[in-house]
Design a protein around this ligand. Structure first.
Ligand SMILES: Nc1nc2c(ncn2[C@@H]2O[C@H](COP(=O)(O)OP(=O)(O)O)[C@@H](O)[C@H]2O)c(=O)[nH]1
Ligand SMILES: [Mg+2]
Length: 638
């Protein structure tokens, strides 16, 4: 298959200015195909024709000029590469010349040619006046220096120049990304004898091939490509920028309609609301917060409401949008829409419909986040940045749930490969952490790591005998509803870094211990026995034999309890730490009496009912702890 460069060129202009006649003259095909169009002599719906011009394969989408059919014009203009702006020399610029051109500007159609038609009907002066008005219309736009060609479909004058100008445009327009996600916004659906269901449209990105499994959105019907036609010829594949007719298996004509999208499964998702930048035309009425509007994107026409977040250059102003200004907004649509980040759309008033502005999708799947707050506006500003910036926002918003790389692609209008590349870039620059096939916010992961360590430390403090915080408890406490793989990954990261010891319980290094059930049991018995004994503890061997604990085990557990500061050895006597703490409090309380601010050995022995064996080490300990100070035979309480 010869790789002939193809372009799609759409007509634009007021009714009766000669658009359809011009397409017929250029291609030999009458784009007006409906009976009613023939009878009334006007274009109602989109018409299609093609021709080879200057070695390029040029597809024409002819649009209706009548103001009642602008919605049909909008369904055709979405996929075009360049515009053929038609202005009749005898009437010059008229209302739909302006409206159609404004739409092309809002959709950022990058190139075009201006045809001054019906040149045979006017004199030199009228022609120069029309030229002047045409130039004025396109001043400051992508068409500011476009070729302007006077032509006559009647006499054929200027047609050669027009063909040359179209060939120059065809050479200039950027090629569409056939590596992008396959997207065919459907503009016509019909049944063909012997074939079944056929849809047509402009493949706006990606490529399709026969026998491919595709999906229709928003209905999510699985279909199979039985055949592809480009300009009436059978093909096995078609790439972005082609007008195609696709014969589909597995679907009835009644199941499809203009506005549906044909795509591969998993790359696009229907939505009921989207976040966007919107701009109002300079001659549009003021747009109020909450206004009902018509939204046109691709071949879709939707009705929805615009919630203003704030003007882009003056965020405080959010009650209404003035003509000629731009805002961040959330649009809620009444039917599922199939769109993604980067898509351009047109806004029209609800009734009577008139084009008032347009915009660009920033996030096709926003959560129910507030938009009219400082944080909401800051979020919009970030979404308005680069695609990696936007993906970072999506990742942060998903918090503990994470964002699968595939979902990131759907939300940012990316192929799997593009999404994977952005994911690696975010991981590399430290914005995100990849766990399995999902992205998590790196700042969030750091916070969770800190919280987990704090939770484990807290557990060691509250339960010094425990081996550590049970995993499940840690997960519930610190991670709540976060994805389970996030918890596992954080635990793995911390233990790899040596800051956490992870067995079936989590502990800090050097704290908690992993004891066998037998050791755990022995330790608990010893701990209890010393705690109960208060200031007159038995000796270890006695406890061990009384409780049936083997001497070596008792020994080991005693050392373990001392390391954990549950037991404290004073001289040769083991005391429980809690008994010592209580003693300290009690002695200090004695100071409050004023005169009793002294203590001697005899009084001490009596007060606590203890023998000299215990009293001496305890008093010396109190000295060391600076609770008391020895003065001659007695002690002062400090
Ligand atoms: N004299 C003259 N008439 C034209 C020319 N181009 C179109 N017309 C006529 O203008 C009328 C409207 O043309 P049409 O192509 O349907 O206009 P559209 O509504 O812009 O598609 C028809 O009667 C055409 O025959 C032209 O170059 N010269
Ligand atoms: Mg027409």
């Amino acid at each position: 298959m010869a790789a002939v460069r193809s372009v799609v060129i759409g007509t634009a202009g007021h009714i009766d200015h000669g658009k359809s006649t011009l397409v017929l003259a250029l291609t030999g095909t009458d784009p007006d195909r409906l009976k009613e169009e023939k009878a009334r002599g006007i274009t109602i719906d989109l018409g299609f024709a093609h021709a080879e011009i200057g070695g390029f394969d040029v597809a024409f989408v002819d649009v209706p000029g009548h103001e009642r059919f602008v919605k049909n014009m909008l369904a055709g203009v979405g996929g075009i590469d360049a515009v053929l702006l038609v202005i009749a020399a005898d009437e010059s610029v008229m209302p739909q010349t302006r409206e159609h051109f404004a739409i092309c500007r809002l959709l950022q159609i990058p190139a075009g040619v201006i045809a001054l038609t019906k040149a045979d009907l006017v004199d030199e002066d009228t022609l120069s006046l029309a030229t002047l008005e045409a130039r004025e219309l396109v001043a400051g736009s992508a068409l500011a220096s476009a070729d302007l060609i006077p032509v006559s479909s009647k006499t054929g004058s200027g047609m050669e120049d027009l063909r040359k100008a179209l060939a120059r445009i065809a050479a200039r327009v950027p090629e569409r990304a056939s590596s992008g996600i396959p997207r065919l916004p459907v503009d016509r659906v019909f049944s063909m004898r012997g074939f079944g269901t056929v849809v047509t449209g402009t493949l706006t990105s990606g490529s399709i091939h026969t026998d491919q499994e595709l999906i229709t959105l928003p209905a999510e019907r699985r279909v199979k490509v039985r055949g592809i036609q480009v300009h009436g010829a059978q093909r096995t594949a078609a790439a972005a920028g082609r007008r195609v007719a696709v014969n589909l298996g597995g679907v009835e004509v009644a199941d499809l309609q203009r506005g549906d999208t044909l795509t591969v499964d998993g790359v696009l998702e229907a939505t009921r609301r989207f976040d966007a930048t919107i701009e109002l035309l300079p001659d549009a009425p003021v747009l109020k917060h909450g206004a009902r509007v018509r939204v046109h994107q691709g071949t879709m026409e939707l009705v929805g409401r615009v919630a203003l977040s704030g003007r882009i250059d003056d965020p405080a102003d959010a009650q209404s949008l003035a003509p000629g200004t731009a805002a961040f907004a959330r649009v809620r649509v009444e039917r599922p829409a199939v769109m993604t980040r980067g898509d351009r759309f047109i806004l029209r008033t609800y009734s009577p419909p008139a084009t008032i502005g347009g915009g660009r999708v920033l996030d096709p799947l926003p959560g129910r986040t507030p938009i009219r707050t400082v944080a909401g506006r800051a979020r919009f500003a970030r979404l308005n940045g680069s695609t990696p910036d936007a993906v970072q926002v999506f990742v942060e918003e998903r918090a503990g749930a994470g964002l699968s790389i595939q979902a990131a692609g759907r939300r940012a209008g990316l192929t799997r490969e593009q999404a994977a590349a952005i994911a690696s870039a975010l991981v590399e620059t430290g914005g995100a952490v990849q766990i399995g096939s999902s992205l998590f916010s790196a700042p969030l992961v750091r916070v969770l790591e800190q919280r987990l360590l704090a939770g484990v430390a807290e557990h060691h403090r509250a339960a010094p005998l425990s081996e550590g915080l049970p995993r499940e408890e840690a997960r519930e406490k610190v991670f709540g509803h976060a994805a389970p793989e996030l918890f596992d990954a954080v635990v793995a990261r911390l233990s790899a870094a040596g800051t956490l010891v992870a067995r079936d319980r989590l502990s800090l290094p050097g704290q908690g211990s992993s004891l066998s059930p037998e050791e755990e049991q022995a330790q608990a018995v010893l701990d209890r026995a010393f705690l109960d004994a208060g200031l007159t503890p038995p000796d270890l061997a006695a406890v061990a034999s009384a409780r049936g604990i083997a001497a070596p085990l008792a020994d080991r557990m005693s050392r373990h309890l001392q390391r954990r500061k549950r037991l404290v050895k004073l001289d040769t006597v083991l005391f429980h730490a809690e008994a010592l703490a209580r003693l300290k409090d009690d002695v200090l309380a004695g100071k409050q009496g004023g005169s009793a601010a002294r203590v001697d050995v005899a009084a001490f022995k009596e007060r606590y009912g203890i023998s000299r064996k215990y009293a001496i080490p305890l008093l010396e300990w109190l000295d060391r702890e600076r609770v008391t100070r020895r003065v001659g035979d007695t002690r002062v309480i400090l």
